[in-house]
Design a protein around this ligand. Structure first.
Ligand SMILES: [Fe+2]
Length: 201
């Protein structure tokens, strides 16, 4: 993911708000990007305004710093990072399955793509309250993990490959309480080539 610095700007999505229809509705994308992500960006900028010593750090470093940098910076830097990551990994239409090096690594580490899919879905459903499910790499091996609120795998020294936002704001307008249906829809719009570059990068 492209890194950048204070003051952070909410860049437009790389596709139209309605581009993920019918899997994620236009209104959700609009509220999610222009409302939720925008709020994390302005709160992060406000927090950093008071902390000139942190203003030269790129977003990933702010995220890695976590609670050591203070709750306000940590929470909002995580919110910006996690949302940008999520939006960048969406594509419609998309291949329903990965290919190449990422496919091979998924087969090696999970026993097959179908097994990975099941395990990932189970993890995403297991997040209690708000958070994310992730595919992440550590020393070349893949693992599925979940994080609460706006925590990220970067704080655990892992390299994020793919994430799904399971905060209710990501799906409630269309799927209501049916998180499993949202996850099934999300599986249809994953930008696998980008996930592979994250893995190899
Ligand atoms: Fe979100």
């Amino acid at each position: 993911m492209r890194d950048d610095y204070y003051p952070f700007v909410n860049l437009p999505l790389p596709y139209g708000y309605g581009a993920m229809e019918p899997y994620i509705d236009e209104k959700t994308m609009r509220v999610h990007h222009d409302g939720h992500l925008e709020a994390y960006i302005s709160k992060l900028n406000a927090a950093l305004k008071e902390r000139p010593g942190l203003q030269m750090l790129p977003l990933a470093a702010l995220v890695r710093g976590g609670a050591l940098l203070g709750e306000e910076v940590a929470r909002n830097a995580g919110g910006v990072y996690n949302h940008r990551f999520y939006f960048e990994l969406l594509q419609n239409p998309a291949d329903r399955e990965p290919h190449g090096a990422l496919r091979k690594a998924i087969e090696r580490d999970f026993g097959g793509f179908a097994q990975f899919r099941e395990e990932f879905k189970k993890a995403a459903l297991s997040v209690f309250g708000s958070g994310y499910a992730w595919l992440a790499a550590e020393r070349g091996r893949l693992a599925i993990l979940t994080t609460g609120n706006q925590d990220t795998p970067l704080q655990r020294g892992m390299k994020p490959v793919l994430n799904v936002d399971v905060w209710e704001h990501a799906y409630y307008l269309k799927h209501q309480y049916r998180r499993a249906d949202y996850i099934e829809d999300w599986f249809k719009i994953i930008n696998w080539p980008r996930a592979e570059s994250n893995f190899l990068g």
